[in-house]
Design a protein around this ligand. Structure first.
Ligand code: SAH
Length: 445
């Protein structure tokens, strides 16, 4: 048996059984004009706070603007899609989530096919990625055998959790009775898989898990630091003294706790952004993977510790000033993968970042496209398939801007050991399956 044959078979099975769905329906985004209007209450809330406490860190500003339980951007908006503020790869093409589904199964196989598989998604948006992954899992049910699969979604936004429930459970979900429950919503997919919603990763039960985070880390709060003649200083947000309803950036006159702990001693840039919350989440992922097995796949736009000022806003698909009409626009910053690698520590193996183009090509996106195009005669759908492929993989579109990064249990990459001792036992332990997407060993041939 060739060591890759499982993966190849997997690809063939899947090619035969999945068909192109109603692509356009993804693009019917339902954010009402009422919702997309900016509301002044976030600015009022912030100026009241700033008057009482003085300047706040950029991280605190970002946290308030995005996830404040009453007025936060993610809490009350449906921001994804052509009518929203931005569009993401899983919303552009179903192929994206399908290939991630294949990655998940191949990592589950690489881990020795554990009996339980928890699929955990951080920041699932509309639930489209999870839906595409689940479709692949159900097409490949025969590969998964008796393994029991469950879906766990970490989502701060009650509004988005409802949308995810509608998409994934055909409205068969129920909210928890009390706000203190770690699982705040429960449901079941049409195929009978249990789905649970949590506010924080900490609340997800222990067990063999594959974690996926797409465009999640870029939404977490960053601290910003500026090199000055007196050393590193934190950038803060304050009220503009000339215009009391406007905000501005100021540089803290003396060190803050963050500026004295989060900047590397040998840092060479003059301005850095550090996402401490993202660092904590990666530490938690790393600990879980070390203790329970599994893997994490993090996909986002980002850099490897080289960029400086990447903090920006998006509104109606246009760049938006991060300090104006807070709460009406998405705020985001590039993910620093070198920081995530550092925070992951030695307990896990890290792979990547590799560009989205490389990852998707290694996962066999070209073969998948050919299969879909062969079975698709409608010219409009064909055109749409080709343009979404181009959007995902073209280096000047999303192909080189987005990167894939993975945390793996060390055993996944362990070199085969020669068995010593007994003469009868001349077998080597089998070489680990290649980690799909990160090496150019093709899943589909
Ligand atoms: N992964 C989706 C959505 C990206 S938008 C996609 O690619 O289409 C970011 C998602 O993360 C949203 O679902 C948002 O509500 C969620 N989110 C943002 N901050 C979060 C936090 N601190 N904890 C949990 N979820 C968060």
């Amino acid at each position: 048996l060739n060591k890759h044959s499982y993966l190849i078979n997997l690809g063939l099975l899947f090619c035969l059984s999945v068909r192109w769905g109603a692509a356009q329906s993804r693009f019917l985004c339902s954010s009402s004009p009422e919702e997309s209007k900016s509301r002044p209450s976030m600015l009022r809330h912030l100026t009241t706070k700033l008057k009482a406490t003085g300047p706040i860190t950029v991280a605190e500003y970002m946290r308030e603007v995005l996830t404040n339980p009453v007025t936060g951007y993610y809490v009350r908006n449906n921001m994804l899609g052509p009518d929203g503020d931005f569009i993401t790869s899983p919303e552009i093409s179903q192929i994206f989530g399908e290939l991630l589904g294949v990655w998940i199964i191949s990592e589950w196989m690489g881990a020795g096919r554990p009996k339980q598989l928890q699929l955990v998604e951080l920041g699932p948006g509309k639930g489209s990625l999870a839906g595409d992954v689940l479709r692949v899992l159900s097409q490949l049910r025969s590969v998964l055998g008796e393994a029991s699969v469950s879906l766990h979604l970490v989502e701060v936004s009650p509004a988005l959790s409802l949308l995810q429930a509608q998409n994934l459970t055909r409205s068969c979900s129920q909210e928890a009775d009390s706000e203190d429950e770690p699982v705040y919503r429960r449901g079941e997919t049409a195929a009978g898989l249990p789905v649970s919603w949590y506010r924080r990763l900490d609340d997800v039960p222990a067990g063999f898990s594959i974690f996926v985070a797409h465009e999640f880390f870029d939404a977490l709060p960053i601290h910003k630091f500026q090199r000055t003649q007196k050393g590193w200083r934190e950038v803060m947000v304050d009220i503009d003294p000339d215009k009391p309803d406007k905000l501005r950036f100021v540089v803290a006159p003396s060190p803050t706790l963050a500026s004295s702990t989060l900047v590397q001693a040998d840092e060479r840039r003059d301005h850095v952004e550090v996402c401490a919350e993202g660092g904590v989440i990666v530490q938690q992922l790393s600990k879980r993977i070390t203790e329970e097995g599994g893997a994490a796949l993090i996909a986002d736009y980002g850099h490897d510790g080289t960029k400086t000022d990447t903090f920006r806003g998006f509104k109606g698909h246009q760049l938006h000033d991060v300090l104006s009409s807070p709460g009406s626009a998405d705020l985001t910053a590039d993910v620093d993968f070198s920081y995530l690698r550092r925070m992951a520590g030695g307990g896990v193996a890290c792979l990547g970042p590799v560009s989205q183009r490389t990852f998707l090509k290694n996962m066999g996106i070209d073969t998948r496209m050919q299969v879909l195009l062969r079975s698709c005669v409608d010219p409009t759908t064909r055109k749409q398939l080709i343009s979404s492929y181009d959007m995902l993989t073209n280096p000047i579109k999303m192909g080189e801007r987005f990167h894939f990064f993975s945390l793996l249990h060390h055993s996944r990459l362990a070199k085969p050991k020669k068995t010593e001792g007994l003469k009868l036992d001349k077998k080597k332990s089998p070489a680990p399956l290649p980690v799909a997407g990160f090496t150019d060993e093709k899943i589909w041939q």
